[in-house]
Each structure stands twice: as C-alpha cells, then as structure tokens.
Design a protein around this ligand. Structure first.
Ligand code: F6R
Length: 608
C-alpha cells in the first residue's frame, strides 16, 4: 500500500530516491513522485503511471538538492492521476507530504481548512496533512511542533514523511499502523516503508513504532512520542538480508526468482527449528495450564483459530488440517476481514489465535488479532518481517526466513509459512520434524523436473476464460492457492473448490476444453480420480498434479505433472505448490503480462 522513501545526506537526493523507490514499487504503482529542497526552495515532479513511465514524462532524476522524499502510490482516495499523485503540498508550496494509510477524519479536517481559506489541489485524504502543518507552522514558526500538533489531530492509519523548505535540513516522519523504518548511513540517513528499499546503502535500521515520530537530519535521527514529544531510546537493528536478495539476480521477473528461491528459503526457515521448538513448548505450556484444561483433548486450550488474509489464509487452512490431523485439536481458520463478524464472539482466554501474515502489516489481520487480544486470547504470529506490527502485538512469534519478497504475489513466503506450520504441528503432536529436512532437496528436484512441462501447459491454457482447480483433503487449500495465484497475475478467472463439491453445482460449467487442474495425493487418489471422470465425461481438459509413482493417472488426465515422492503424504503441498506457482507465472508471461505487478494490487494491504 504505497511505497515511501526519504533521503537526507551529502549526495544528490533524487537519483538515490528513485533507485530506492523502484525497490518499493511492489507496494503500489499507479503513480509516483519526488519532492526535493534546494536553496530553500521546494522542487516537485509527479505523474500517473509506473515509475519508469513517470521518469520519461517528468525527468524525475533532474530534481536538485541533497534532501528529498519519494512516493509510489496505490490509490485509496482519488483516482490514479497526476493531481492525486504524491507528494502533496501546502498552499505556499513549501511543505510537501507523502503518506501511506488512510486519514479517517480527513473530511472534517478539510472542511475546517477550507473555511480558513486553504485551496486544495487533489481529491486525496493526504493533502489535508500538508495544509494542517502549514496552518500550525504559521502559529509557531517551528516545523517540528507544527508536525507534532498536526499529528494529534489525525485519526487513522499513517506513515507520513514531510519536508519543509523553511527548515531545509530535516525530514519529519511519523507512524501509526503503517510501516516506517529509518536507515542509518554514514553522514546520510534514509526512511522507507520497507527495509529492501535502502538495503544497498545501509544495513543499520531503526524500526519506528506506532505513536512515534522522528526528526531526521544527515547526522542524526531522533525518535519521539507523538503524544508527549518525549525522546524515545531506540535499538539499532543490524539487518542480515543481503542487498542482492532484493535484486532480480538475472531472472526476468522477481516472481520467477522468488519461486526458484523456495528450496533456499525452506532451508533457512528450517535452520530455525530449535527456535520453533522453543515456541512450541511455550505454546504447549499455555495449552496445558490446568485452568484452561479441556477434557476432550490432551491440550488445555479449547480452540485454535487461525486468522489471515489471501495466500496466508490458504496457509492457515493447511495449518488447520495439520493441527487437526496431527495434534487432534479442534481448529478454525478464518479470513481476517470476517473474524470480528462471527468467530470473535466465541474467543476468550481459552483461545489461541495463530495470525499468519508475510508482511506483518495487513490491516485486516492486525485488527482481528487486536480484537482477539481484547477478548483475552493469546496470539502466536507467523510473519516474514521482524518488528512488523503484527509481531509486536503477538505473545509468541515465529519468523519465516524467506528473505525479502518483492513480487506482489506471495510465493516463497507462503512455502515458509507452511514449513513453520508443519514444524509447529509436529512439535505440538510430540513428533520429530526431521522428515521436513529432506524437503529443500526435493523442491530443487521438482523445479528441475517440471519447468518444461509447465511451459507447454501454460501455452495450452493461456487463452482459457475460466479454469477450475480441484483437490481433496490437504490438496483442497493448496488448490485454492493455485487458483488465487493464477487469477491474480494472469487475469484469467480461476476458481478452486473441494473436488467432491464439483457435482453440487459447478459441474454445469464444465464443457469442451475447459481446463480443470487436479491435485492428487496417494490418500485422496481414488476419490479424486472419480471426480476426474466426471470432468472427462464432459470433455474438460484435465491437468493432474501428482507424484512420480502415480502411473494410473495418465489414463485419466490430458497432462500429468509429477513431483517426487515424499515419505509423509501430508507433505505433498510443500512440493505441489511449485507447479501451481510456476503455471500461474508462465501462463501470465505467455499472455504477455507482467507477473510482478498485477493491476490494482499491492503487496502490503494496510487498509481495511
Ligand atoms: C497473494 C497475496 C495476498 C496476500 C494477502 C495477505 O499472492 O500476496 O493475497 O497473501 O494480502 O498478506 P500478508 O500475508 O502480508 O498478510
């Protein structure tokens, strides 16, 4: 949801901001802009479109000065246009603001400011903040107090970065429920909505918390509390991700690079098994507390509720399947945006919430877990971003070591979420997770076996209007993920459902050559083959994803895509996800589309 960058230092700001901004483009890409200060004057260029298009139209790199801010937008208030692109400025064109989030009370603020004679140039909520600061700056002639007074009037989620041509040596930034990280360099400092933005410049980072603002100059970064303006002592984090991890590394798209990184990401996540074991023990202790004892299970807690959105929700559904099968504990998996409408009512201190979110910033998930905490639940978070909002709210945290994921689609982070869930389920069930250690090599083998057949399959399905994805048992949530991946980037309508459900309605849509993709495991094989017969009888085009020992599948499927055998059939999703992700990728490329930046989407969804 919008990429934000600020730079103050000894080099020309605009080219640096542009490079950093390009690394943030996955957060939004309907318009972009940069503002800099030089000689006490504000310079600004912005336009609609991807950053590279905006560079062509406006010559962004030519902006002068050694201090500046940049933004790449995902529209919330106001259509994508030059007018609505950030930065937004005050009437006197001295204050420039960029923002990620939503100002909920912007209409009241705007009406007040209109009455005071302010003229608005855009339809955005963000612009009110520039005028509000201008109004407060008129009173005290102090930039910092003008910003801090203005922040107290804002309701909603925000990451703000502000420049003032009258105090040209500093950037002021503030955060509430939208990420903002300060990067500390040598005689230069950065601020960004995500670490990869400045990783090639510095690995030293300070994570701004909700309710904090910071005054950043080239030699200093002072963090303060919004409500009291008291200085907050912050810890400097040393980021271990390499800068190359956030680059394309020879691949045409980040999505393909990140799918190919899955064996490595799985291995890195498994390297933290001892930590996962410790967390599992802590969770078990909570579950075994006699006060919470529940007679039907050996666990004390009454219920585990997985809460997540999108791809992470599919990981949650797989988690539910694993916990119910391996640990014999009743679970629910709920979409975070639906949580407060229903399940929240049965949450109490006997509930364990497992919140899954690669970004750790998804507003729906964050709000659901805040709601659950108010009702007394304990929260375990699984996230790929250390220090993200969700991890800070949680009682227990497990980190997925996927490294930075730049493509909008979640690929390697999904697999590492699964790895954590498998490991937790094994530990909670008192089983050894050692079989998981064989997975990275099997994933690497899968990737080398299937690429050609996936490319051929993509050519066959690229013109389809609708594609159906079917699976049973643990294949069902997996297939939902396959359908989401495909529709997200190829724009082909795709629908996933339990294979047994097809005959209850959707079968009427199967006609000649409609592609239907099945996932089979040895356990669900026989029944799934019967469902294939139903499709075959209606002349559908059957693609089967199965294991290499499955010889009978060729009688039923038009194309069989095979992954290596695993020793525990529960683990097939860890391999079968690869053909599903690659099929989405190659179908998209075959349609001439970019898989990294699907239209209308953003990687981190920080609005409800
Ligand atoms: C799909 C995708 C989204 C996210 C969803 C939740 O490829 O990326 O569906 O999974 O927006 O995001 P996180 O996991 O950051 O909470």
């Amino acid at each position: 949801m919008c990429g934000i960058i600020g730079y103050v230092g000894k080099k020309r700001a605009a080219p640096i901001i542009l490079e950093c901004l390009k690394r943030l483009e996955y957060r939004g890409y309907d318009s972009a802009g940069i503002a800099t200060i030089n000689g006490g004057k504000l310079f600004l260029k912005k336009d609609k479109g991807f950053i590279n298009d905006v560079i062509l139209h406006t010559d962004l790199p030519s902006l002068p000065g050694q201090i500046g801010i940049g933004h790449t937008r995902w529209a919330t208030h106001g259509v994508p246009s030059m007018r609505n692109a950030h930065p937004h400025t005050s009437c006197d064109e001295k204050i420039a603001v960029i923002h990620n989030g939503i100002i909920e009370n912007y209409l009241d603020l705007k009406n007040d400011l209109l009455e005071k004679g302010h003229k608005f140039k855009s339809e955005t909520d963000t612009e009110v903040f520039a005028h509000l600061i201008e109004e407060n700056f008129k009173k005290k002639k102090n930039f910092e107090s003008a910003v801090s007074d203005s922040l107290k009037k804002i309701h909603g989620a925000f990451a703000f970065v502000v420049l003032n041509a009258d105090e040209p040596d500093k950037i002021i930034v503030a955060r509430n429920n939208a990420p903002l990280i300060i990067g500390l360099g040598d005689g230069e400092n950065f601020v960004a909505s995500d670490i990869p933005a400045f990783l090639s410049e510095t690995r030293r980072a300070v994570i701004l918390e909700n309710g904090e603002y910071a005054v950043i100059a080239k030699e200093s970064a002072v963090v303060k509390e919004i409500k009291s303006s008291r200085v907050v002592k912050k810890q400097i984090q040393n980021i271990k991700w390499s800068a190359e991890a956030a680059e394309k590394g020879g691949y045409e798209y980040f999505a393909l690079k990140e799918i190919n990184e899955i064996p490595r990401a799985t291995e890195d996540t498994l390297a933290a098994l001892p930590e996962i074991e410790k967390i599992a023990h802590k969770v078990k202790k909570f579950m075994r507390n006699p006060r919470f004892r529940y007679p039907q299970t050996k666990f004390a807690v009454k219920k585990i509720i997985f809460v997540a959105a999108g791809t992470s929700y599919h990981a949650a559904l797989i988690g539910k399947y694993l916990f119910e099968n391996l640990c014999k504990i009743q679970c629910e998996a709920v979409l975070a945006s639906e949580f407060s409408w229903s399940l929240a009512n049965i949450v109490d201190k006997n509930t364990l919430i497992i919140a899954i979110s690669q970004s750790g910033e998804t507003a729906d998930t964050l709000l659901a877990l805040e709601d659950a905490k108010l009702r007394g639940a304990k929260v375990l978070a699984i996230s790929n971003v250390i220090g993200s909002s969700i991890t800070r709210e949680a009682d227990f945290n497990v980190h997925t070591n996927a490294g930075p994921e730049i493509a909008v689609i979640a690929t390697k982070t999904f697999v590492t979420q699964l790895i954590v869930l498998y490991a937790l389920a094994f530990y909670l069930a008192g089983k050894n997770p050692a079989p998981l250690k064989k997975i990275p090599a099997l994933q690497a083998k899968t990737l080398s076996l299937i690429t050609n057949i996936i490319k051929e399959t993509a050519e066959k399905i690229k013109s389809a209007k609708d594609i159906y994805f079917l699976g049973r048992g643990i294949s069902y949530p997996l297939i939902l993920e396959g359908a989401l991946k495909l529709k997200e980037i190829s724009y082909i309508h795709a629908e996933g459902m339990p294979a047994g459900e097809l005959k209850h309605g959707t079968l009427s849509l199967i006609e000649e050559n409609v592609p239907v993709i099945f996932s089979l495991t040895p356990e669900s094989h026989e029944k799934t083959i019967s469902n294939m017969q139903e499709v075959k009888a209606r002349s559908g085009f059957i693609i089967a994803i199965t294991n290499e020992k499955d010889t009978s599948v060729k009688e039923h499927a038009n194309i069989a895509i095979k992954v290596p055998e695993v020793e525990n059939p529960l683990m097939y999703p860890l391999l079968q996800i690869l053909p599903l992700q690659l099929l989405a990728y190659y179908t998209t490329v075959a349609r001439g589309l970019s898989p990294d930046k699907p239209r209308h989407l953003a990687k981190s969804v920080t609005v409800e």
